[in-house]
Design a protein around this ligand. Structure first.
Ligand SMILES: [Zn+2]
Length: 143
């Protein structure tokens, strides 16, 4: 097995809200549109603020992508234009291009070192972060 299996499984989208449903809400609603301005997406492990819902971006037509690594571990990632609080490990690699024409670096939480995803850089200078949705949590943050 020398290649990452490239699974762009749009059909797996149904459990995307799994991570944000636990929050007690007076209305019991899970609509993420309600107060995007005040919400943060944080590291599930240490609650460090990483990005905002408004930073969600679509790459190749979709915000969410599903990949499997050579060990068969499936990662569901969401693409974000900008993140903070992450450290990037190692030199950019083109070895297993998950997104054509983009190098990647591993992104970890700078506070608790949890593996959060990858930073992808395109040749035109574009870059975005693919964060593992299971390692994130969306919270309300009063300003
Ligand atoms: Zn963390």
């Amino acid at each position: 097995m020398s290649m990452f299996t490239f699974v762009t499984a749009y059909a797996l989208k149904s459990d995307k809200e799994r991570s944000s449903k636990k929050k007690p809400d007076a209305q019991g609603r899970s609509d993420p549109q309600t107060s995007d301005e005040e919400r943060w997406i944080v590291c599930r492990q240490c609650m460090q603020r990483l990005t905002r819902p408004s930073e969600r971006t679509s790459i190749n037509g979709s915000h969410q992508h599903t990949f499997a690594n050579p060990s068969g571990i499936v990662f569901e990632i969401g693409c974000f234009a900008m993140v903070r609080g992450c450290s990037f490990i190692g030199p950019p690699s083109y070895e297993f291009p998950w997104f054509a024409g983009h190098s990647w670096q591993i992104a970890i939480c700078s506070t608790c070192q949890t593996h959060l995803g990858w930073l992808f850089k395109g040749q035109a200078g574009t870059q975005f972060c693919g964060l593992i949705l299971d390692h994130l949590k969306e919270i309300d943050a009063p300003t």
